[in-house]
Ligand binder design. Sequence first.
Ligand code: UFG
Length: 348
Amino acid sequence: MNRVLVTGAAGYIGSHLSAQLVAAGRRVVALDDLSAGRRATLPATLAFVEGDIADRDLVAQIIREHRIDALVHLAAHVQVAESVARPGKYHRNNVLGALNLLQACIDGGVTRAVFSSSAAVYGAPTRSPVAETAPTIPINPYGAGKLFVEWMLRDLAGATMAGRAPLRFVALRYFNVAGARAGGGLGQVAAPGKATHLIKVACEAATGARPGMEVFGADYPTADGTCVRDFIHVDDLAAAHIGALDYLANGGGNATLNCGYGRGHSVRDVIACVKAVSGADFPVTVAARRPGDPPELVADNAALRRAFDWTPQHDDLEAICRSAYQWECQLAERAQPSQRSPAAARAG
Ligand code: UFG
């Protein structure tokens, strides 16, 4: 049976993936430095190591002790705007850290890797939906770092060494990951006032955790002037990783695949949807464009559908926003258990 090392397992996507892997009876070792993730989000039965992906000795030890044969590499800094302001921080962790990790994996005999790449590798594509064959011209350091790791994987996989099976990989290019586990208990966590992702920010405004929100730019060349994104539910994305692991275990070759539903929603559509599912009206103001934001990012997902048996279960903006809002209500409730907000009461 596969023994999978999941880096960044205690983060938003990692916690949903870990829950699915454990539920499917897979053996998982979680590696996370807990800089953004939380240990409590992981199943108690799962082997957990607190540490840095760049620590080759540590990774080598984990591979030896747990006899790891597949890697899912999720650990990364993930905020586009921060990457523009602090490129060194991003390249050190997302690129150099990944190189150390991959080298330790190859040296340890791991032959299968699933990598969390991003639609940010496309930059501002001129065609929508965008296919994997489109030019990759990232417009921010976050996207550049993800593309560089894709290239490293390609090069490492191409370098065959005598007596060793070559590395094979699947790079999953995530579009906009959103939502929370339907049954509750898992979702995206951010320090107060620090959330940046659109649906989370809107849900915080709906619960009253923030006074309102801003739309970053209403003068884009899109139907309503705001940016358009392809929002994929985190549980459907997690399921794509399991598809990728099975595909590699069955001998599948290197693949780079978009992960999105193939449908775009504008920033204004999303805010209206969060207002509708929450029943809360909150102030929204138009602000300047945010550096590094492309006008439209929508996935052509035909290759993903062809490669694995991946059938989305949550392809519905309303369901995504509702699950994200319910999670936000749980967080608000935990923060102030004695003062149940009207929003929390509405969410049940
Ligand atoms: N937005 C607002 N107000 C907010 C937050 C966001 O108007 O308070 C807008 C942004 O300007 C952008 C859109 O909502 O136009 C989506 O922004 P997010 O921050 O939610 O997501 P991004 O599209 O910037 O980035 C996300 C991930 C990246 C990934 C990218 C790929 O954070 O890791 O999707 O599509 F690379």
